[in-house]
Design a protein around this ligand. Sequence first.
Ligand SMILES: *Cc1c(COP(=O)(O)O)cnc(C)c1O
Length: 876
Amino acid sequence: MESDRADVTESSFLESATTILDRPRQYVDDAEMGVDHLAHKELLWKLSSTYLPNDVASLQRSLVRHVEYTLARRRYKLDTSSFYQATAHSVRDRLIERWTDTQQYSAKKGAKKVYYLSLEFLIGRSLGNAVSNLGLRGAYAEALRQIGYDLEDIMSEEKEPALGNGGLGRLASCFLDTLATQNYPAWGYGIRYKYGMFEQRIVNGKQVEFPDYWLTDGNPWEVERLDVQYPVRLFGHVREFQDPDGNTLYAWEGGEVVMAQAYDTPIPGYGTYNTNNMRLWSSKPSHEFNLASFNAGNYYGAVEAKERCESITSVLYPNDATEEGKRLRLKQQYFFVSATLQDIYRRFKKNVGRGSTTMKNMPDKVAIQLNDTHPAIAIPELMRLLLDIERLPWDEAWEITRKVFAYTNHTILPEALEKWPVPMITELLPRHMQIIYEINHRFLLEVQKMWPNDTARMSSMSIIEESSPKMVRMSNLAVIGSHTVNGVAMIHTKLLKSLLFPDFLLMWPEKFINVTNGVTPRRWLLQANPALASIYTGMVGPGWVNDLKRLEPIKTMAQDPQFRQRWRAAKQTNKQALAEWLYRSMNIRVDPNALFDMQIKRIHEYKRQLLNVLGIVHRYAEITQATPEQRKTMVPRVHIIAGKAAPGYVMAKNLVMLVCAVSEVVNSDAACRDLLKVVFVPNFNVSLAEILIPASDISQHISTAGMEASGTGNMKFVMNGGLIVGTMDGANIEIEQAIGEHNMFTFGAKADQVAAIRRKMAHDPPKIDPRLHRAMGMIRAGIFGKPDDGAYNQLLDAIDPRKDVYLTAHDFPSYLGAIAEADAAYQYEEKWTAKCIEAACSMWMFSSDRTIREYAAKIWNVEPLPFRPPRHHSER
Ligand SMILES: *Cc1c(COP(=O)(O)O)cnc(C)c1O
């Protein structure tokens, strides 16, 4: 190292200055430079008009340079974590050049942009995704290897930003990956929570939540945009006044003003230069705010108020599929929406007045997708901007607004539908409350015209629920204010139309459409499962990554014994890797030849982890009573359960406790030794999913029919060559159609039977299955301990056959049937492998690439705009 440095001669220095130098970071004033303006510009262009070199030696120089100059670390004392930081910065440089060029290009072209508004983005780690999407995985791996580091080790140093709860947030991130890959001009907008999803630890057999302060070591993937800040008002009052023509106008004034500060994260596409943006907002006190309160002489009060400003974006609400109705959450929603709309508005307004563009053209340039109702306050906010700032007449403003917004519904569960008390909105957002009332008034006139004097319809369609206090139904507001409403799987859209919005459907039949969810093959195959990915690439070339349909022909290979052998070897590699991971991180030994069965998702009663646990307890009973002959016929199984319970969700936390207790008993019972292991893996997140999913043989997606909107975990598992035990719910139904019924183990009541079953059991309780009776008896008897708070009894009481809301007891016998079928099939190794191959290679429908193409065509009306750099790398 020392001699290397001494070796820098003038000529090698010059060489590095011309071929290795990064883009200039500092532009000096013309005057200060004292050079001819044009020559200066030319030099500037020359210095910045080529991309950074990506050969191994250049990457090494960039790494070392970041260690020394960015991190200011000594060159001899480098741990993996410093090298993670350096690698991240080196990759970031390469993202940034593509990113700024993409943004400049799309601005120049004046393309219509998609804005995906989501309170959650479950991004996962960025380093692996970035090197892979940039096509630099091999080069970085080699560059690091030569200097004694392993890219995989370095990648695992990254702390993942957990800015989402589960499926909804992960969907948003899969969509951003696809939007960039398919060259759509698209931005994601969200919140930069200081504390993301809590970290789950198991302490004394119980879930304990720890704060996730993910920014401790900094975040090399974001760019702080001190130049992008907007004021956001809260509270205050509405002033009514007349303009010179006698029109009544409104101004929202007073209250508090908080600043929204932008943080940008480049989102690279795969196999394209296109790099989109995810802009997350962070709250901070405004200057105006500071001065006013400090000058008032109330020092402590002012400091407290300052803290309040910063608290708006401090924490992600850890509820999945339930609403809490907390005031701070409403503040978050409005804060995020206000900053986002100001930003979109400013970008659009650069075009207004240019050529013939007017405000009316906003829908030609702007498509806003609302990821659930969480950002639906954007509808009255855009109205406010158009009415109060632009001073457009109501009808014009309303037409623009409706053409801009589209709304994705994610659930029909009543406990998940957002409602805000009218007094709360009135206090926090007085002008918006007025506008919501006006939207509702005009809408109800339409209802009255269509169904005169139908008060029942009026009250169910109204945005305002006439309860005490009155509530604002955000879903009705979102439907009324959007041009398109979509469900996320066929069955979900059907239920949405028939149960949630039947009257709206009669009014606007063409407004409701289905767009089935999808997941990105970049993260969930290429990155998570290199063993399988390399088989695919070997068979059909690398193009499958952006075109999953190319895997279809591989289905016929299911008949080829040699191919099956290779397939099994890949699965075995992944199972082995997981077994080692479990040993290293949890000190649990599992046999990689056993069947790996996984249920990994948020813990929720409707997802029925309890059904799974009862099945495991049943199996445990069977094992302990089996004769040596019977034992030989049993399939050795490893059951993996993972997922977080919302901190206030007692039933879900009880369930976690029960899983941990069952695991403790089963794993230490000699009778189970080679037949059954149960593992609760704590702190389920994206990185963990990437380790677990490729190693699964079976995964369980067993929600009560009609309750899981789509599910996306199901898609990831099948793509990775695992099979599903599942109910006819969500996307399971479409997956079964795509892969064939013989490749899925289905069971349970169908969605259209659930209501009748519930009605019947209320007055005619069914007899309890003896196997279920035994399993419940074991739990009640205290075989898995007896928690003081009666936690297990509480779980079991809820499935009493008379009030078995989730049909757990009802579906238990057919569930055991499906599990038994899976076991039986697993024993025929060759047939099993053929099923996995057929299923995995039939999954193109469930790539988010297909999903996004549908959104683009049916909802957004946008076209891809591929950015190609003016010169290729190699020309430098
Ligand atoms: C895919 C995913 C989910 C969603 O899983 P479902 O089975 O669809 O509920 C939740 N969390 C993480 C981390 C995921 O990757």
